[in-house]
Design a binder for this molecule. Structure first.
Ligand code: CA
Length: 137
């Protein structure tokens, strides 16, 4: 855990095999991961600790991805970046509706997903400076 240590990456995916694939790939990157298999579980997980980023499948049981994103934004505003993954052809529409940081269409390359998560949780130094509050002199 370094200076950039934040909450875990929350993976929300109802397909167990994809969920485990994502978990393994992100854990291999040294990231802390929690998982949820449906929308309600996702909201409970996110409520316990603010995730550093959320990998969100849009097609979920109980509560769809868009509703999950709305509920989590109610709590955290824009503090939590979403990386949307879905098999839907309407992914761009879905991603822009929930203001996702990134989106990937299934089937996606796992290395692309890992890169998207890395970008979301570790912005390049220049970007980090832009968003940092001005020093108080
Ligand atoms: Ca799904």
């Amino acid at each position: 855990m370094g200076a950039t240590a934040k909450g875990p990456i929350l993976i929300v995916e109802d397909d167990a095999s994809i969920r485990e694939l994502l978990r393994d790939a992100l854990e291999q990157e040294g990231l802390d991961v929690v998982t949820a298999s449906d929308g309600e579980q996702a909201i409970v997980c996110a409520g316990r600790q603010r995730p550093a980023a959320i990998v969100l499948d849009m097609g979920l049981p109980l509560l769809d991805g868009a509703s999950v994103a709305d509920r989590i934004r109610d709590q955290y505003g824009d503090l939590v970046p979403f990386i949307v993954v879905t098999a839907s052809r309407r992914i761009e529409e879905a991603a822009s509706r929930i203001r996702a940081a990134r989106y990937l269409t299934k089937p996606f390359d796992i290395t692309d997903l890992v890169a998207a998560v890395r970008d979301a949780v570790e912005p390049p130094p220049d970007t980090a400076r832009e968003h940092a509050p001005s020093p108080v002199v």
